[in-house]
Design a protein around this ligand. Structure first.
Ligand code: IVH
Length: 701
């Protein structure tokens, strides 16, 4: 959208504004501020680059805001400060689409695509047909209306004829320009169509943050995008990382109200590129011109194979006749355009029968119902059981035994039941009755007000102890080599361990262990070495291992940095805990509860007696240096010098942070052999340093 020389000029203007450039007319200053802020929005949100830091951006924004507050009559409706409107929207207004938003016909394999091509060959005899193929984004569709270069309305697809007015929310999306220079292209009114999505890494982070705040996590990015767009308060939508990919022009007219589609705008591929040049987010490297259906099939297959590595949810590809005049000639049926078709990837949604429910006891005593399903293939794996979370979930989804349910899987989110097939709720189905007693120890379950879980509160419940020990030894906690779930269950059955501290007495039980099936000197040696090594693990690992509610890895790391030893936390009052950085009332309260329980103190004493260090010391101090402080890293491709886990450990040990995706926030991409899309993306962002494994090791030497 900005040429190199324009960018240079705007960068220069930014520097001048930040260093207090003098203006004689405040309006000129305001216009310059608007120009540079728009430019930096474009750079950051569309190019994933940043030439100024957050603080500088905030300064420019504050300067503009100040001028506007002092001169309210100057405020332009498309000023960057006007993204969030003043009033909350009342009841959602209904919008009638000028051109109905019809849906696409589907195809599922190469034969379907060939038939689509044959149909078109018949409708367009003796014409060569070129296709444009692009991803089918799995989000929420929107229509944006621009009049005289200004965004005047945004609407959801709704039923295709009527949608909901969501202008207030669309305005907060920085990937949607509030103004765009359509006039330059001879367009005075244009409707664009696209999909609002949330990138996978952003969605993951959004859920992690919500979990930390004890808010309900979202199930998939599609529903989150659609729900966020329809909320009344745009500040909510602004905080959910929504982005809009524009993939189609609904209609476009010149000042005489004559359509320019097929006239000056000749083909789809160029139209999308034009939108990109005007500042919209569009499929760019993701789309391709295919000269024949074989090329279309190959491109669809290529994307199906790399679908999981793409940072956005896509459920297929869309194949479009590229030439608009040809599109017009073939037209549409009542439901679908004849010139386009969706090629659907193998389902990430499946329908299957709910056979049974198993109730699992967690380490906190919470009972989790787990649905046993008739095994069903879903995007490459077979699903036979999924968590149902709690009793409320079963009721909300109207689940019954023997009913058919839909199972979905998106991104790296685990499979879940999205809905029951209501037509299957016949006499053969049975009500699900949540148990009143613990499936392990049979004691009465309790459910406290405002809690969603039923819990077993018996301190001696074997299932609870089993889960606590498994958690203590797990990778994310003490990471004890050789002591996995199955071995712990076996040892518990044999009476070799009952509680966490018993782990450290296993070294004395060589004869009993060697007498068990499958155990040899070597495996015993590995186990005891793993256990011995865990006696000096970082303090945060012990904190995680103790299973204090609301204290996960991130919180434990924060806590560990602020204490000398575990017992500090026992000494501290809730007030003192609340003074610590990032500790909220929930965490403070559960730490206080944990340490006021006698049996927990007893457990800590036993661990100590058995040789586990509960204070920071030379052997368990994880961070050895700060050479990478403030630096962000991402590893990609095949690593040969260290594993990915080790790489993470090395970065963190040296004060750096690992990021999950390539963005302007990334400082170093460490690329091994056969690095793919991440490397490509990083090469386009000038601020990222691309280094190999050796160079990385040099950094921390
Ligand atoms: S073109 C008339 N292109 O897929 C053709 N649709 O049934 C209009 N979608 O919900 C659609 N990515 O929102 C088109 N690149 C893409 C798309 C796309 C996602 C959605 C669209 C609609 C559904 C089509």
């Amino acid at each position: 959208m900005y040429t190199k020389s324009e960018s240079q000029k705007l960068d220069q203007l930014t520097t001048e504004l930040l260093s207090g450039k003098i203006y004689f007319e405040v309006k000129d200053k305001m216009n310059d501020l608007i120009r540079v802020i728009r430019y930096h929005d474009w750079k950051y949100y569309l190019q994933s680059e940043a030439s100024i830091n957050d603080q500088q951006y905030d300064t420019l924004f504050a300067l503009l805001k100040k001028i506007e507050t002092e001169n309210p009559s100057f405020v332009l409706s498309d000023s960057p400060t006007q993204r969030i409107g003043l009033a909350l929207s009342e009841e959602a207004k209904t919008v009638t689409h000028s051109v109905p938003m019809i849906s696409l016909d589907n195809s599922y394999d190469a034969d379907d695509l060939k038939s689509f091509d044959e149909r078109l060959q018949k409708l367009l005899p003796n014409t060569s047909i070129e296709y444009c193929v692009e991803p089918k984004f799995d989000g929420s569709s929107i229509a944006l209306l621009y009049e005289n270069d200004k965004l005047v309305r945004a609407a959801t697809r709704g039923n295709g004829v009527e949608g909901e007015d969501i202008t207030h929310n669309a305005r907060v999306l920085k990937s949607i320009p509030l103004q765009a220079n359509f006039a330059e292209k001879g367009i005075s009114k244009i409707e664009l169509r696209g999909e609002v999505v949330i990138a996978n890494d952003v969605f993951k982070k959004l859920n992690e943050d919500r979990a930390k705040e004890n808010l309900k996590t979202f199930q998939n990015s599609r529903n989150t995008a659609s729900g966020s767009l329809r909320m009344k308060d745009p500040t909510e939508a602004a905080n959910r990382g929504l982005e809009a990919f524009m993939y189609q022009i609904g209609y476009a007219v010149d000042h005489n109200n004559d359509s320019v589609l097929g006239e000056s705008l000749i083909n789809h591929f160029d139209n999308i590129n034009m939108l990109y040049s005007l500042g919209f987010k569009t499929p760019q490297s993701e789309k391709k011109i295919c000269k024949n259906i074989e090329e279309v099939i190959a491109f669809c297959n290529e994307w199906e194979a790399k679908r999981e590595t793409y940072n956005y949810e896509i459920d297929g590809m869309v194949v479009k006749v590229n030439n608009l005049e040809q599109q017009n000639r073939v037209g549409a049926t009542g439901h679908h355009p004849r010139w386009a078709i969706a090629y659907k990837f193998k389902a990430k949604k499946a329908r299957t029968k709910l056979l049974d429910i198993e109730y699992q006891v967690g380490r906190t005593g919470a009972i989790t119902p787990v649905a046993k399903l008739e095994p069903v293939p879903l995007a490459g794996v077979t699903i036979s059981s999924v968590s149902l979370h709690n009793e409320d979930f079963i009721k909300e989804k109207k689940l019954r035994l023997n009913a058919y349910v839909y199972v979905e899987r998106s991104g790296d989110v685990i499979p879940y039941i999205s809905a029951v097939d209501e037509s299957s709720l016949d006499d053969n189905t049975q009500e699900i009755i949540f148990p009143s007693n613990c499936p392990s120890c049979n004691s009465l379950l309790v459910r406290e007000a405002e809690e969603s879980a039923w819990r077993c509160i018996n301190l001696e419940c074997v299932a609870k102890s089993e889960e606590s020990i498994i958690h203590f030894a797990s990778k994310e906690a003490m990471d004890i080599d050789g002591l996995g779930r199955d071995i712990i269950i076996r040892f518990m059955k044999e009476g070799l361990i009952k509680q966490i501290p018993d782990i450290y007495l296993l070294a004395n039980k060589k004869n009993e262990i060697l007498a068990l099936d499958g155990w040899k000197e070597k495996s015993f040696k590995n186990l005891t070495e793993g256990i011995e090594a865990s006696k000096n693990k970082a303090l945060w690992r012990i904190l995680v291992g103790l299973g204090i509610r609301h204290v996960g890895v991130i919180m434990a790391k924060k806590l560990a940095k602020q204490i000398k030893g575990i017992y500090d936390l026992q000494q501290w009052t809730t007030e003192h805990l609340l003074e610590l950085e990032d500790i909220g009332p929930k965490v403070a309260e559960s730490i206080r509860q944990f340490f006021s329980n006698e049996s927990n103190i007893h457990l800590l004493k036993e661990l100590e007696n058995n040789g586990v260090s509960l204070v920071h010391n030379e052997m368990n101090s994880e961070q050895t240096g700060n050479v990478l402080a403030g630096k962000t890293f991402l590893f990609t491709g095949t690593l040969t010098k260290f594993t990915r886990d080790k790489a993470k450990e090395l970065v963190e040990k040296n004060g750096g942070t690992i990021l999950s995706g390539v963005s302007a926030k990334l400082n170093y991409l460490v690329a091994g052999a056969e690095a793919g899309s991440k490397l490509k993306k990083a090469q386009d962002i000038a601020s990222i340093q691309i280094i190999d494994e050796d160079a990385f090791l040099k950094l921390i030497e």
